[in-house]
Design a protein around this ligand. Structure first.
Ligand code: ZN
Length: 334
């Protein structure tokens, strides 16, 4: 299994809890288990069955997940913050104003995104139940066979021909970690994107465009003589999201709106983590269901335990705040 390394002493206990977690389920199996639970091929009876089969696993993970949340809050408190949410807002360089108005603006953005979605009237009930996570891209016709980086660049360059020079400075590498990423190579003045090139799905294409957004902004900064590493994470996320939104603009309107609908998952994540780190003494299953209901407006879930399978919550906690706030900014300025 993959070992998680933390160099700093303050993260030692977190690393121990993570090790306990990954002794029960390998990080690479989190996605697989989720896919088996939520595959589009399954009807409601298959779903209930696989839900039952995973009950034991889920109940083992729940207390460790909670311990992780509590430990992360302890780290934040030791550094003088109220909790981990406060710590991340500070660490990511999210403006004070956005921080204060987060919940209010997030609600507005979610309702705007929902207004533009087209959901067929004959969607089965289980689609909105706890046995599913809605994805609006399922409702639109799209070519689900994207070759990276070729197809992405074709659409991007059509919209932004000035990217051509920058794109020639981007190298594509195999994804080594659990998430795609873009890094700046300050020696060669190039950007490297790690992505799973064998994945031809539209979700992977969107992830790739996001990383291209980072890569392009790193290269532009470097041309201006600014070290990309000096920019806070929030600033970087904003740049990447602007590229994604520009890219999506050149897609047919229904696909574009469904792609923007993908951000709803980030909002659900942000609501959930905002809630549990601010108040860890609550029922997480209920909190997760409530967060899902707030973004997928047809959902009326009461409890949902599958936060335990979300590797973002486990390995990259609270990172969706920056994404959501950048999206909120876009929606309040348009
Ligand atoms: Zn990013």
């Amino acid at each position: 299994m993959t070992k998680i390394h933390f160099l700093e002493e303050r993260f030692k206990k977190t690393a121990e809890i993570l090790e306990e977690y990954f002794n029960i389920i390998y990080p690479e199996d989190l996605d697989k288990t989720k896919q088996l639970l939520l595959s589009t091929q399954m009807d409601i009876s298959d779903r209930i069955l696989s839900h039952k089969e995973n009950e034991k696993l889920v109940s083992k993970l729940k207390p460790i997940f909670r311990a992780l949340v509590i430990e992360r809050n302890n780290i934040a408190k030791n550094e003088g913050f109220d909790n981990y949410v406060d710590f991340i807002f500070h660490q990511d360089g999210i403006p004070q104003k956005s921080m204060r108005s987060f919940l209010k603006t997030a609600k507005k953005a979610v309702s705007k995104i929902n207004k533009n979605l087209s959901i067929p009237p004959d969607v089965p009930d289980w689609y909105w139940s706890k046995f599913n996570i809605p994805c609006y891209l399922q409702f639109v016709e799209h070519n689900n066979n994207f070759v990276l980086p070729k197809d992405a660049y074709k659409i991007l360059l059509h919209k932004k021909p000035r990217f051509k020079k920058l794109i020639s400075k981007i190298e594509i590498a195999n994804q080594e970690g659990f998430f795609p990423k873009a890094v700046f190579d300050s020696k060669n003045k190039t950007a490297i994107i790690e992505i799973d090139k064998n994945n031809t799905d539209i979700h992977n294409l969107l992830e790739f465009i996001h990383e291209v957004g980072h890569a392009v902004s790193f290269l532009e900064l470097s041309q201006k003589g600014i070290d990309p590493k000096t920019k806070p994470r929030y600033w970087n996320e904003e740049q990447a999201i602007q590229t994604v939104l520009k890219f999506e603009k050149s897609l047919p309107i229904k696909i574009k709106n469904a792609c923007i609908g993908e951000f709803l998952g980030d909002f659900a994540a942000a609501f959930f983590e905002y809630g549990i780190y601010n108040n860890p003494n609550q029922d997480f299953d209920r909190a997760y269901a409530k967060s899902i209901n707030r973004v997928f407006l047809m959902c009326k879930q009461k409890e949902n335990p599958y936060y335990v399978l979300e590797k973002e919550f486990i390995l990259k906690p609270c990172t969706s705040f920056a994404t959501c706030i950048a999206i909120c900014k876009y929606y309040t300025s348009t």
